[in-house]
Design a protein around this ligand. Structure first.
Ligand code: IMP
Ligand code: MG
Length: 180
């Protein structure tokens, strides 16, 4: 098993598996007609997935505009949780077909907040692509339109995702198993 900086990391989804899913998702997105497609990547966790999915979209002939939004959850603990915009997009979403990209769909709070906000701003449609779907953790009635993999209920790292700011750079998705 790979050892990264003294930690054993068990690969859950390999770089090859992820690349294959990205191509399949891009092909699926290309079958749905979009008017003036705007891709919005939710930072930070989605940055690698978004970069790879965008290149896969190029391969199937799509050339969307790309934006980034930084969202953050607050009230973790016993208080009811909310989501806030830390850094907003610059573009106007009115009448546009938006594709939101995130790393993991878990409770659904982040993506529900983002989707509702974009509809309030006048988006024509908002669809969602996530690399991982942790379905057992869902709290909101929300589904992604495009999913890379169903994810078991482990805390995962790599391919953009971190634990305490570490391991975002790993080319695969894995689970930290402990010290080597
Ligand atoms: P939720 O769907 O609003 O609960 O939030 C999902 C967000 O929590 C994701 O965008 C990630 O940033 C973060 N997250 C959830 N599970 C994991 C994990 O296993 N590893 C790293 N980040 C995670
Ligand atoms: Mg996130």
């Amino acid at each position: 098993m790979p050892v990264v900086r003294g930690k054993v990391i068990e690969p859950l989804f390999t770089a090859e598996q992820i690349a294959e899913r990205n191509l399949a998702i891009a092909a699926e997105i290309a079958t749905r007609p979009a008017n003036d497609l705007l891709v919005i990547a939710i930072l930070k966790g989605s940055f690698i997935f978004a970069a790879d999915l965008l290149r896969a979209l190029h391969d199937v002939g799509l050339a969307p505009e790309v934006e980034f939004i930084t969202l953050s959850s607050y009230g973790v603990g016993t208080v009811s949780q909310g989501v806030r915009v830390v850094k907003d997009i610059d573009s106007d979403v009115k009448d546009r077909d938006v594709l939101l990209i995130d790393d993991i769909l878990e409770s659904g709070r982040t993506l529900r907040f983002a989707k509702e906000m974009l509809y309030e701003r006048g988006a024509r449609s908002v669809s969602i692509a996530v690399l991982l779907d942790k379905r057992v953790k869902r709290k909101e009635d929300l589904e992604a339109d495009y999913v890379g993999f169903e994810c078991p209920d482990y805390f995962v790292v790599g391919y953009g995702m971190d634990v305490a700011y570490a391991f975002r750079e790993l080319p695969f998705v894995g689970v930290v198993k402990g010290d080597a």
